[in-house]
Design a protein around this ligand. Structure first.
Ligand code: TPP
Length: 867
């Protein structure tokens, strides 16, 4: 609970002020005599009594509208305020100049000034005092930066000497072949691989990823893989951003798992893009209630040091009451106007309030800063966050959007879009922050650094050295993780000999085998979102245990069972509950561990394929940006292959979406043998060759007799297509392509075409249409850009050469096989499962979608008739 004296409820007239004074005096006397602890105890007792009497239904989930850390607890500032102010002014200027320059030159490059202008002090307190770096980038704190404040991070890297003036001048100009490259608009580890660690550009993904990174560090420590005890996760996010469902999705987990290695700093500038975040309310109070309810420690930083004296004199809380009555839309208007306006429209509303400021000039009123622009207040909050045990902390820092931009953007509705400042506005900015710039410097938008040997430069370097080195810093180098020989874990699948199983069963068996490998096994992170039993993984509960930081504080109901639900502190399985976004965030943490921690892991997230690319596609895109390495297993895949799971799980499109992610390799294996080969190939690429890619493999729960895979097929299979079997006599008149679940239907159709219609044909298994298309596309491009005497021939064109038309049938939408249509020289007809699903048997569904053997025969006859 809040340790401060609460303000009297708004607007309540006091019928007996004398009695009120006595109660207050009594409390003050107790605190004076016996200390704040005793005072707090009494207040708590009173609160309980009030609840028992029924006069308050529950305690307010938020505290008074003031700083959580009172002046008495604030402590001394350990830094040099004057130097930090001068440095921050330079960061502000360089960030602003970067955006204005880019827009003056090109007009269309975009960029934001107002967000970083509001966040500069937050970032600088972090950089000067808290964000720990490391020479290798892999033992540092993890910092999630508000994405559109990237110019501020670049500005600092420039002053630190990590980025050149030329790079700053090429902000948002990455294409152009300059050796140093340009700077990407938002944090992006693919585009600036030695710099940015976390892609935060899509609002809401930063917060959820920060939670799960902090959680994953605990997991690594608990499992004895890496000691992360001294490392912290910091995230600076926007108050508007907190409206994204993902921003708040991980809050209760963070509190439940006592992630005191995690701090959010919400930059509450009260505005988002179009307008106020809560014009008619108070976002800070709302967020306080939210985080409090979730179990976080909340620290509010609302008012700067200039207010301290005022609050000290506000013994009757008249000022506090006025502040807590003011809604954010009004704060914005007050923020956009000068001291005179504030006196007139805020302080004069109540004569008692007016009395408090009667001695102050308009300029002094103007100088009353919000807490998020005060180093001292911020430092105290950061320090408290770092020292808090057993809970994550959120710092709610009240700031001004466009701070220092004056009429161009300070607290204006249009702040977010302000990208151009005329000379007069630049002069005002210079004067406001006492920047060492001439008028010519302003006109030229010259980037500035303190001179080498200056006190500022010395201070800047000394602070970062004391904190362990530069940040952000990404290091993608990691040791190779050897992959056990395929025969050791996948022989049963390669030599299946007609045994009945589903590809999901086969995958789980392979996973269980791999988990036993002494080197790779401990690095595997199996992840489920409440569907382990569905996928036949219950045996893993016992084999590797479910990660639970508190162990198992109950006797599991199924304790007598061989496969009981075993939760344990060093459990390996991440059981995320019904939370695909959380599961994917865990997967990202593990899949990027090679770069974030220098420790390669192999996450395997198995889920209903319908709830992957469709449900959490943006997180998957962020994973791609972050160069994730790992497996996504889309189980119970396809539109017609489910058994009893119901319509909501029928997935006909995930492979197609997967094909749009540049570093995602999508596979649709039909057999256990194909699957084994694909997994081995993928592990070699990710763990041994260290390619920054991840593999999406769909798998079915339909039992089938699994054939033994011919060795001759291996090479082609891994390129996306191999010839399985020929039917009938003579040269093939037709090529039939099947994949995944529908391959069997295609084989049946081929048999019928040969037996009943005398049509010789060949059947191919298409393990990845997207890989076929990728290669063909690239060769086509090379032919265009670097022509050879002979055109290059893609794998798909080589296998399907000749005149025989192609019929391709898939359990996915037609657009999936059609990915190769452009690269095949013959007529191609596709059958797929476009449209909404239905509830029925597999056979009925295949009939309905016209992807069964009968439909393949009909399509084949039709295509041949047309020739
Ligand atoms: C998912 C998503 N939706 C929309 C945007 C576009 N966008 C970029 S910044 C922004 C406003 C952010 O407001 P806030 O979080 O309050 O941060 P501020 O800029 O005010 O500090 C928006 C809507 C985005 N980047 N991501």
């Amino acid at each position: 609970m809040n340790t401060h004296e609460p303000a009297p409820p708004d607007g309540d007239a006091d019928p007996d002020p004398e009695e009120t004074r006595e109660w207050r005096a009594a409390l003050q006397a107790v605190v004076a005599a016996a200390g704040p602890g005793r005072g707090l105890f009494l207040v708590e007792q009173l609160q309980h009594a009030a609840q028992e009497l029924g006069i308050v239904p529950q305690l307010q989930p938020f505290s008074a509208y003031r700083n959580s850390i009172g002046l008495e607890r604030q402590g001394a500032y350990p830094g040099d305020l004057r130097i930090e102010e001068r440095l921050t002014a330079l960061m502000r200027w360089n960030a602003l100049a970067m955006v204005v320059r880019a827009n003056e030159a090109y007009g269309e490059l975009g960029g934001h000034i107002a967000s970083y202008a509001s966040a500069a002090e937050i970032f600088e307190v972090g950089f000067n005092h808290f964000f720990k770096g490391s020479a290798d980038g892999q033992r540092s704190d993890l910092v999630f930066f508000q994405p559109h404040s990237a110019p501020g991070v670049y500005a600092r890297a420039f002053v630190e000497g990590r980025l050149s003036e030329g790079q700053l001048a090429r902000y948002r100009q990455e294409i152009g072949g300059h050796a140093e490259g340009g700077l990407c608009s938002y944090p992006h580890p693919w585009l600036m691989p030695d710099f940015w660690q976390f892609p935060t550009g899509s609002m809401g993904l930063g917060p959820i990823n920060a939670v799960y990174q902090a959680r994953f560090m605990r997991y690594l420590t608990a499992r004895g893989l890496l000691d992360c005890a001294s490392r912290h996760v910091w995230g600076v996010f926007g108050d508007g951003e907190m409206d994204e469902p993902e921003s708040t999705a991980g809050l209760t987990l963070a509190a439940r798992e006592k992630l005191d290695n995690l701090t959010f700093i919400v930059n509450c500038n009260l505005q988002r893009l179009d307008g106020p975040v809560r014009g008619n309310g108070q976002i800070i109070q709302e967020l306080e209630a939210l985080f409090n309810g979730a179990g976080w420690h909340v620290v509010k930083v609302l008012w700067g040091s200039e207010w301290d004296a005022l609050f000290a004199r506000d013994t009757q809380h008249v000022l506090l009451r006025a502040l807590s009555r003011t809604v954010d839309g009004q704060y914005q208007t007050l923020g956009a106007n000068d001291g005179a306006y504030n006196i007139e429209h805020f302080f004069r509303q109540d004569p008692e309030v007016q009395k408090l400021v009667a001695h102050m000039s308009e300029a002094e009123i103007d100088g009353l800063k919000r807490g998020g622009h005060d180093f001292r207040k911020l430092y105290a909050a950061f320090a408290e966050a770092r020292a808090t045990r057993g809970q994550p902390t959120v710092i709610l820092a009240k700031t001004k959007k466009g701070y220092g931009m004056g009429g161009v953007g300070e607290s204006r509705m249009t702040s977010h879009q302000a990208k151009k400042l005329d000379l007069q506005a630049l002069k005002a900015f210079r004067d406001r922050f006492a920047l060492p710039l001439s008028d010519d410097d302003l006109s030229a938008l010259r980037f500035v650094k303190p001179a080498e040997g200056s006190a500022e430069m010395h201070y800047l370097r000394q602070r970062r050295a004391a904190l362990g080195g530069a940040l952000p810093l990404r290091n993608g180098k990691a040791p190779v993780l050897p992959v056990p020989p395929l025969a050791a874990w996948g022989a049963f699948a390669l030599q299946a000999d007609g045994k009945e199983m589903s590809t999901t069963m086969a995958a789980v068996r392979m996973l269980a085998n791999l988990l036993k490998d002494p080197t790779l096994g401990p690095r595997i992170v199996p992840i489920v979102a409440d569907e382990a039993r569905t996928f036949g993984m219950a045996s893993l509960f016992r084999q590797i245990g479910i990660y639970a930081p508190e162990g198992q504080r109950y006797e599991p109901e199924d304790r007598e069972s061989m496969l009981y639900y075993r939760e344990t502190r060093d459990g390996q399985l991440l059981e995320e509950g019904i939370n695909e976004a959380g599961a994917l965030s865990s997967w990202i943490a593990a899949a990027t561990s090679y770069a974030v921690h220098g420790l390669p892991m192999l996450p395997v997230y198995i889920y209903y394929s319908m709830f992957g690319f469709q449900r959490v596609g943006d997180l998957i895109w962020a994973a791609a940006d972050q160069r994730a390495r790992g497996f996504l297993f889309g189980a119970t895949a396809g539109r017609t292959t489910l058994g009893g799971e119901g319509l909501q799980h029928q997935d006909g499109s995930s492979l197609l979406v997967a094909s749009t992610v540049p570093n995602c390799i999508a596979w649709d294996p039909a057999h256990a043998g194909e699957l084994a080969l694909i997994l081995d190939h993928a592990m070699q690429r990710m763990l041994v060759q260290q390619r920054d890619e991840f593999h999406y493999v769909v798998m079915m729960n339909e039992n089938q007799a699994m054939p033994t895979l011919a060795e001759s097929a291996h090479g082609d299979l891994l390129r996306g297509l191999y010839r399985l079997q020929a039917f009938g006599d003579g040269p093939p008149r037709l090529r039939l392509l099947g994949s995944g679940a529908i391959l069997r239907e295609v084989l049946k159709a081929a048999q019928r075409l040969a037996d009943e219609h005398g049509i010789a044909c060949e059947v191919f298994s298409a393990t990845s249409y997207s890989e076929l298309a990728r290669e063909a596309r690239e060769l086509q491009r090379l032919d265009r850009c670097e022509p050879l005497p002979q055109r290059r021939v893609s794998h798909v064109a080589r296998l399907l050469a000749g005149a025989a038309p192609v019929v391709a049938a898939s359990d996915y939408v037609r657009a999936w096989p059609q990915l190769i249509a452009e690269y095949v020289d013959v007529q191609m007809v596709t059958l797929g499962t476009d449209g909404f699903g239905r509830s029925d048997t597999r056979q009925a569904l295949r009939r309905h979608f016209e992807v069964d053997a009968e439909a393949v025969v009909a399509a084949a006859l039709e295509v041949l008739r047309g020739r």
